[in-house]
Design a protein around this ligand. Structure first.
Ligand code: BYC
Length: 472
């Protein structure tokens, strides 16, 4: 196993692909299907080339190269973090045994399912974002969008490698299916709900990369703990790329809020619509939507699936190693959010079945950091408004609260009350139409749309007015 990619091959990789001709051929025959998918479902805006980061290594000192590349020629590769020869399983009933280099027969179906679900989200997000290029607020943002897109494409490659290398014919069939399902399709939708929602505007894109990519961070974090070592190593490397995606979201929302605040102060008004900025209450409604839809991605508050995954060693907890318990959890319990007599409450359940809740809590506290950061911008400007994460029961379609409607403060409502008030909490048609009306492209070097502040710095030490994208 080498840490450096072999770039002489058709598929850059650090998994010695050339030593396994069958696997190499299988992946080389999937490659044109991937490229066809990229052409038909990937970014729609034609470009000549884009200033992109390409993964070339997994080592500590420098793992990526920057340069202008034509997107179709992007070097999507297969990279696994370096192998730790002494890695042992850290949790569940196999704790202490050596990590697996092959898939144990008894866990084959479950592991395949987890990999397919993870793999399905990656191309889904590219599909959701395919029209955004046409309305980018600057070349800097356009480039970031494309960076996120090509790396989600690479994450698809990461999962497809595992399917091809370890799951035989079924794995190859699943790899094909990953290109056949499409976000929002009636006949063959993507597996998880949030990945069938539209990303129709850039505020949605920033919210998606803040909240939904962050689910990715936490799910990948649990799969990084997996006893199945190739999955663990793949996820470790994917997490490295993922942090830029969340940076795009965090700073994107920063910049929207900064611009709004600037307009509010300049004109001494909350009514920023007249001046082409996005009102704070509209930002809050978008936040409410993307946060609640992303909470659904954690599955139910209680789940026997997750208990089985943990016990088998397939999926661990966030920061498993740092947890101060027996890592088996057979005798422990946890309080989870639950519907108690029709009201939002808590219930005590076995820790194992509550693991989705455990992970979701880690996620929620991370999401709160973003809210604090955006509130810091409001506070610094001397404004009294504050953003808030809505209650976990708000707008849920999966889990304990799927059957009820609740307000952002967690009050259970009748259907009539919900219908009467939902436009105050979720983006209304009027809000969406307004936000879309702002989405006029700014594709000129150094220029930026009026609804968003410029970034503090460019990419890889380049200035904001660098020619990040050459249009064709
Ligand atoms: N939509 O036992 P439960 C990312 C199904 S994002 C539709 O509570 P479990 C990215 C569930 O399949 C990270 N269906 O669920 C971000 C089950 O069906 P069956 C993606 C749902 O299994 C941005 C039933 O409901 N990675 O990387 O404990 C851009 C009962 O559910 C949903 C992963 O998710 C839903 N939201 O947990 C690009 C990791 N939720 O078995 C990329 C892999 C649940 O009854 N997946 N269901 O037919 C998993 O770990 C788990 O499967 C889940 C669900 C956390 C998703």
């Amino acid at each position: 196993m080498t840490a450096t990619a072999d770039y002489t091959e058709k598929i850059p990789n650090n998994v010695n692909l050339h030593e396994d001709r069958r696997l190499q051929r299988a992946l080389e025959s999937w490659q044109p299907n991937f490229l066809n998918w990229w052409e038909s479902m990937g970014p729609r805006l034609p470009t000549e080339d884009v200033y992109l980061r390409t993964a070339v290594n997994v080592g500590r000192d420098g793992w990526a190269q920057f340069g202008h590349v034509a997107m179709r020629d992007y070097r999507w590769g297969i990279f696994l973090a370096e192998r730790d020869q002494d890695r042992y399983i850290g949790f569940g009933e196999h704790k202490g045994e050596p990590a697996w280099q092959k898939v144990p027969g008894e866990y084959r179906a479950d592991l395949q399912r987890l990999i397919v679900i993870q793999g399905d989200t990656e191309p889904a997000s590219v599909e959701q974002q395919r029209n955004l290029g046409a309305t980018a607020p600057s070349l800097y943002d356009l480039r970031n969008l494309f960076q996120v897109n090509v790396e989600e494409g690479r994450h698809l490659w990461a999962m497809v490698y595992l399917l091809h290398a370890f799951f035989g014919r079924e794995g190859r069939e699943e790899a094909e299916e990953l290109l056949h399902r499409n976000s929002g399709s009636e006949d063959a939708p993507r597996i998880l709900g949030a990945f069938n929602e539209e990303t129709p505007d850039w505020l949605s894109f920033f919210m998606f990369t803040y909240f939904t990519d962050r689910d990715g961070k936490y799910q990948l974090g649990t799969l990084k703990e997996s006893a199945f070592d190739p999955l663990s190593r793949t996820c470790e490397f994917m997490l490295k790329e993922e942090s830029h995606h969340m940076f795009v979201g965090t700073t994107g929302i920063d910049r929207v809020v900064e611009r709004t605040v600037q307009v509010m102060r300049e004109h001494d008004t909350d009514d920023v619509i007249l001046h082409g900025a996005i009102p704070l209450d509209v930002v809050q409604k978008y936040l409410n939507f993307h946060y609640s839809v992303s909470l659904d991605l954690f599955g139910g508050e209680t789940s026997t699936n997750v208990a089985n995954y943990f016990t088998a060693g397939l999926k661990g907890r966030w920061s498993e190693e740092r947890r101060k318990d027996d890592h088996r959890l057979l005798d422990e319990s946890i309080m989870v959010d639950a519907l108690v007599d029709g009201q939002v409450g808590q219930a005590e359940v076995a820790a194992l079945v509550g693991l989705n809740t455990d992970l979701r809590r880690e996620y929620i506290s991370d999401c709160q950091n973003g809210v604090n950061r955006w509130n810091g911008i409001l506070e610094q400007a001397g404004l009294e408004q504050r953003f808030r994460l809505p209650h976990v029961a708000f707008n849920r379609r999966v889990g304990a609260f799927a059957g009820v409607e609740a307000s952002p403060t967690g009050e259970v409502l009748s259907a009539a009350e919900w219908n009467a008030r939902k436009d105050a909490w979720l983006p209304s048609e009027v809000d969406k139409t307004y936000v879309r009306s702002l989405m006029q492209p700014v594709h000129e070097r150094g220029k930026i749309a009026a609804w968003i502040a410029p970034p503090r710095a460019g990419i890889n030490g380049k200035p904001f007015d660098y020619d990040y994208v050459h249009r064709s």
